[in-house]
Ligand binder design. Structure first.
Ligand code: ADP
Length: 508
């Protein structure tokens, strides 16, 4: 196996289930790549471990090759062989683990949503640590993400530290507490964790179902650093309402728990260089933005009669969290207000997908409304560029990336004040917010009236004062949503944790 080159920075290993653009379902993929690139830029040695999914975008992996080794890892009382691949994604070194397990864990044509996800990802978490042990790596930080790789934290301390993989501090980031990956306690044994030791209230036992284990809770308990993806969400999840059953655990561990607002990858999301766009543009050349609007209308068969007719965009997973009923309402409200609406989204929930298919069919030849119900990266870029207004009416939103991407493309957000939206979108009519931060339209109550109160104001601003609107567009495009600041905060957490460990154990 390859060993780590010397570096004056920290050695940081991310173990994750997603990484944009090769394996992306939502924001997690963006965050892993964006944060890792920013940390690498700051001089750290950053490596990533991913499953080798059959459905990855292989054309975005450079120099992919299999290593001439077989990695054996434990599962269900046996050792299973894994093939290890290495490649470069967005300039970052990535290890891909391909289990030679008869259940073909990552050969399913999709990333998640399989009946045995708990098995698939507990297998992967264990194999990833085995890879680090056998390759002789001495990472300073092992950073795992969401429930799929939350197993890393208890596995590291219970099984791998005694085996000699003991140089690291563990950081766990929860991107969404809605997904905790709970399962019957007995399932934990497969990856080698001791069910009786782990299924305790102060460890991995689920707070509401005592016969179940909760990987996210386990990672909160067993990690040195626990983060989530915005300061407001970090507060919300410590309340009974927002914590999805984990509020007491998070409050108990609040000293090591912090919310850091995600950034966006400003190379990947840059209207001045974006090759998905019909025309590139920048803050000093907004004609290019108009040309993208005209091009998208043509592409989708929407009316091009009035270039000034405002276009509202929405790009999202269609799940209850995103306020699907409010998105539906916003489509009809936009129609009443005389605008155009373009929705790009898909749903893992059958009845929601069906409902939106119904709406899509209803408007199939409509001049002003188009619903595209699939995942389409290229089209997402075109919609960010073409739209004037971008709507995110979430019921809760740990961070949210689309509001930041929209602003970078000059599309003004209409957002509900919750989670990371509350930390990144500030109302133009809120006098308590300094002028330089006012960048969008917000509402608090997640109902139709709330949506109207913000969307109607956005339309009024757009229609009645072209100059003020243009200044707002330029202000938003100039806002700094890069990873620079957030990566510095992660770096500080890492360094403090490493320093504390060294102070406690001067010999390591
Ligand atoms: P979440 O992680 O909850 O899905 P985020 O706002 O944090 O939400 O991140 C969503 C990311 O996924 C954004 O980059 C967005 O552009 C992208 N995305 C969501 N749905 C689609 C889709 N149907 N097609 C293309 N990209 C999508």
């Amino acid at each position: 196996l390859t060993s780590s080159p010397k570096s004056s920075g920290l050695s940081i290993i991310h173990i994750a289930a997603e990484m944009a653009p090769v394996a992306k379902v939502g924001g997690l993929g963006d965050v892993v790549t964006g944060l890792c690139k920013a940390l690498q830029k700051r001089g750290h040695l950053v490596e990533i471990v991913l499953p080798k999914y059959d459905c990855m975008q292989y054309d975005r992996i450079h120099n992919l090759r299999a290593l001439d080794v077989v990695l054996e890892s434990y599962f269900d009382g046996k050792l299973y062989k894994n093939k290890i691949w290495v490649g470069t994604v967005e300039g970052l070194p990535v290890y891909f683990i391909e289990p030679q397990h008869p259940e073909k864990f990552f050969w399913r044509g999709q990333f998640y949503g399989e009946h045995d996800d708990f098995r698939r990802f507990s297998f992967f978490s264990r194999a990833a640590l085995e890879l680090l042990l056998q390759s002789g790596k001495k990472p300073d930080i092992i950073h795992c993400h969401d429930w799929q790789t939350a197993f890393v934290a208890p596995l590291y301390w219970d099984i791998y530290t005694p085996k000699g993989l003991n140089s690291a501090r563990i950081c766990f980031t929860c991107h969404n507490f809605e997904y905790q990956g709970t399962a019957p306690g007995s399932e934990l044994a497969s990856c080698g964790l001791d069910v009786h030791q782990m299924n305790r209230p102060d460890r991995m036992q689920d707070n509401s179902a005592l016969d179940r284990v909760n990987p996210v809770k386990g990672a909160v308990v067993f990690s040195n650093i626990v983060t989530t993806v915005s300061p407001t969400y970090a507060q919300e999840v410590r309340t009974a309402e927002g914590g999805k059953g984990l509020h007491s655990t998070l409050s108990f561990h609040s000293k090591k728990f912090v919310g850091i607002l995600n950034g966006i990858d400003t190379d990947a999301w840059n209207p001045a260089t974006d090759t998905f766009l019909k025309v590139q543009y920048n803050v000093n050349d907004l004609q290019g933005k108009i040309e993208n609007k005209i091009a998208l209308r043509k592409f989708l068969g929407l009316s091009n009669a009035d270039v000034k007719q405002p276009m509202v965009g929405c790009i999202t997973r269609l799940v209850p969290q995103k306020g699907v009923h409010l998105i539906r309402h916003a489509i009809y409200r936009t129609l009443e207000l005389g605008g155009q609406f373009v929705l790009l989204g898909s749903s893992p929930v059958a009845h929601i997908q069906r409902e939106f298919e119904g709406i899509a069919n209803h408007f199939i030849n409509h001049d002003d409304i188009r619903l595209i119900l699939k995942y389409d990266e290229s089209l997402s870029h075109s919609i960010f560029a073409a739209s004037d207004i971008f709507i995110i009416p979430s019921i809760f939103e740990p961070c949210g990336l689309t509001q930041m991407i929209a602003m970078r493309y000059g599309s003004i957000p209409v957002a509900r004040k919750t989670g990371g939206l509350n930390d990144s979108v500030f109302d133009v009519d809120d006098d308590t917010v300094p002028l330089q931060f006012q960048n969008g339209f917000t509402f608090l109550t997640p109902d139709e009236h709330g949506v109207n109160s913000a969307l109607d104001r956005a339309f009024n601003y757009y229609r009645n004062n072209t100059e003020v609107w243009q200044q707002l567009v330029q202000k938003d495009m100039n806002m700094d949503f890069s990873w620079e600041l957030s990566a510095t905060q992660y770096e500080e957490l890492y360094l403090n944790s490493v320093a504390r460990a060294r102070a406690d154990n001067p010999d390591t």
